[in-house]
Every structure is written in C-alpha cells, then in structure tokens.
Design a protein around this ligand. Sequence first.
Ligand code: SF4
Ligand code: SF4
Length: 491
Amino acid sequence: MHQELDTIFRKHPILTSGDCLACDVCCRFPEATSPLAPFFANDEKAMAICDGFAPDAFPPGDYGPGDVAFLRRHDCLYACPAFEHNQNACACYAARPWDCRLYPFMLTYTQDGTGITLGLDGYCPVMAERQATPAFSACAKELAAALDGPLLPDIVARRGIVTNWKEHVRPLAKLTALSEQLCKTSLGLARFLPSTAEAMAPWFRAHAGSLASHTFSGLWLWSDLFDLWWTVSYDCLIIIAQGDGDTFMIVPPLGQGDTAAAAKAGLDLIRRIDPNAPTPRIQDADAESAAVLEEAGWRISETSVEYIYDRVELAELRGNRFEKKRQMCNRFAHDHTSTWRAMTSDDLPAALALYRRWMEARCAAHPELIYTAQAEASFRCVARALREADMLGILVRILEADGVMAGFTAGYPLHDGETFHVLFEIAAPDIKGAAQTMYREFCRELIGFQSISAGTASGLPNLARTKESYRPTHRPISATLTPPLVAPPST
Ligand code: SF4
Ligand code: SF4
C-alpha cells in the first residue's frame, strides 16, 4: 500500500513539500505528447475521479493495468488535469497515483528489456543537489528493498509506471524480483520495448511482404493492453502476449528460420509463463507461416483477411465503382475550405476529443459489446500512436475544415517497401465527406508506395463492408492456429 511508500519518504525527508511548492518542474510539460505524463492504475483513476479529476482525462473503461492521463494546455505549456496553476499544487494530492508519489524516483526498463532499475530523474533540480548525501543513499536503498519486496505485488498491479529506458534517469539499483516478474529473463525472454526494436529488426525485415501486424510499431501500439515479451529461437523472432488471463503468440514466429520448431518453443514458453493458459495459440499468421504450421500439426481455428488496395486507384477515385466516394469528396470540397497537414504535438488534445466524439457516435449506432469494447480498447492504441508517432515512424495527418479539425489519420510503411499501412482514420461524424477526403489525400501523398493496406476488419461486419467498398485488389489471410493435439498416452 502507498502508506508504506509514504513512511519511507517521511523517514528520509530529503525532499520537503516546501521544496516542491517552490519548484516549477513537476506536473507541467513542454508538450502534450510528453512521455513523462503521469500513469494512473485503474483503482487510482477511480479514486482521482472521485476526488474531482476530470473523467475525460482518461480513455473510457478499464483495459490493462491503467492509463496515462491526457494533459491539458495552459498558457504555453501542458499540465496534468489535477494541477492547480494558482496554487502550484496538486488538486488530488491525497489520491495522487504511485507514479507521482515515487517521483523523482522512477522505475525504468533497462535498454535491453531484461531488467528494471530504480533510478533518479535528473530533471529534479533539488534531488540533483542532494543525491550525494547519506540520507539520499539510505532512502534509495530502503525504497529499492521495499519495491523489490513487500511492495512488489502493488508495482506489478500498476506496472504501467515502469517506463521505457530514459537517458536522463540515473540508475540507482536493479530490482531483481520485479525484473523477473515483468521481464521473465529466467525463461530467456526480454520485455518488448522501443529500445529493443533495433535488436528485433532483422527478423521483422526477413518476414517482409506479410501482414500489417508483423512490424514493431503495429505490435507496440497494443502494449497498454498486453504485456509483450520476445526472444529468438531457431532463427525466428517469437513474441508472446499476455492480457486479461490469456497468453498467446501474437504473431507467428517471424523470420526465415525453422518456423515449426520456433512455434513449439513458443508454445513451451506460453505453458511456462501460464500453465493454465486457456487458449494458447498463434495469431495473425500469414498464409505461408500457416501452411508450414499446419504441416507441423497446428490447426487453423479462425481466419480473417487484410484489405490491400492499389494506391493510385484510391488517389484518383476514377470510374463508376468509385462514384459515391468521389461525390463525398466533392461535397466536402464544396462545403468547406480545407487544409491537409502533418500533425504537431499541439494537435493531440483536439485529436483525442475528436476520437471521443467519433467513438460515442459509433457506439450509439452500434451499441453491441463487440463494437463498444473495440472502440474503447482502440482508444489506447490511437492515443499511443499519436503520442509516440515520431519515435515509431508513424505519419499522422490532419484534415481541417474551415480551420477546425475534421479528421485525422495515421499509418506506417511495411517492410516490403511497397505497402503503406493505414492504421486508422477518424473523421468528425457530422462532417460529410471528411472520411473519404482524408483517405484520398493520404493516398495522393504516399507517392512511392504501390499498395495501401487497411489491415483486417477486426471481426466487425460494418467495418468489413467499408473496407470492401474501396475495392481491394487482394485480401491476404490472417489465421489463428491452435496447437497440435497431443496423443493420449497408450495404455
Ligand atoms: S522536480 Fe523535484 S523538487 Fe521540483 S516539484 Fe518535482 S519532485 Fe519537487
Ligand atoms: S496527479 Fe497531482 S502530483 Fe500527479 S502529475 Fe497530476 S497534479 Fe501532479
């Protein structure tokens, strides 16, 4: 419980509330997309909202361990929604999350994803001056022992506070037990992180020409909902995901190695991580991997398709078959003065507000759980894509109508060098023709790519109809495979 944390800081008062009240570093950020925005575990979100925190500071629903708060603009900076500018203080101080209670101490993954360290953020000017004192050392030592001991279950439950490696965080102590829980190094795994993307790149590249999810960015966007780990076995990249009591391979073994042997190794890992995994499986297998796995006894339990288009066709929208799309684009052009431009970090609040409006309209039209849960879960992926676009190589474009954001879209190139994957396209529900105009403009801009991938329809019939309406040139399969049946022991 956080009282134990507070007791440690009271016992070692290296930083006083007076220090913080006189400082202007915490709770304010130079950009809306700051990677230091506070993380709230699901119970902390509920408590903060009871304490007056705006509910729309988070995506709706509880998915994964919690959410990072959306920052609000104030003058030329962005701040946590609970920050009171006049008082220079936190409006929900008693209910502030562990992320804020720990600061300026931080928990970060090591660069190679095999460990977690307790560190000190070099941005705290007061601690920078006091870190050479015996009191600081005693505090750091006691804190590390508590976080890696009695407080470990609390940290695992709110593991979103463990952030990516950061150069400005000075490592103080490795937390061995926590590292094992969250990185699973004793199983030969490492945490799937942006800092490990380079190490995984050869296997992603070797699997070029396959599906949109077979990319680092495509998988990382799900990291708010799933814990992800990776390893290399039989010259294949194996990626394991765990979320909501489910452990599985989120993609087939990637690369040109021995797919069947790597799949077996991945299955063993799933069983060691969670011996009771209800549906160990391989998701999003391309046709070639699925064929190899079927030969090895795996069984296809489900298939969907990805939608691939000819980019030039969508950029030009010629002929009768695109007449309706053309009409919608013409209507938008007739009704509005438009601007097509790259997103900046200042666009984030408006984009998140637009997603919320889009989601509410969609959920009103399709109140079935499959649509609402999908839209809520996707909010996390969209927010991460917008926040981390530069780091992930994601292009984000904004369509404005009469100076107001009418939509935004984003995507990234696939490893074949010919296909661009459009991740999402969010248009204002009340602006006719915005969605069609965005898609056309994006395709016009993406000169150099032959094809556009729109991914799968995520099992949503109306999305499948929309994707079909753009006349795909081909539809590669994406298969889910379940493990080979184990023969019963002979009697
Ligand atoms: S940067 Fe350090 S001193 Fe300043 S408010 Fe934050 S914790 Fe307090
Ligand atoms: S919850 Fe309070 S302490 Fe934490 S970032 Fe927001 S204003 Fe600052």
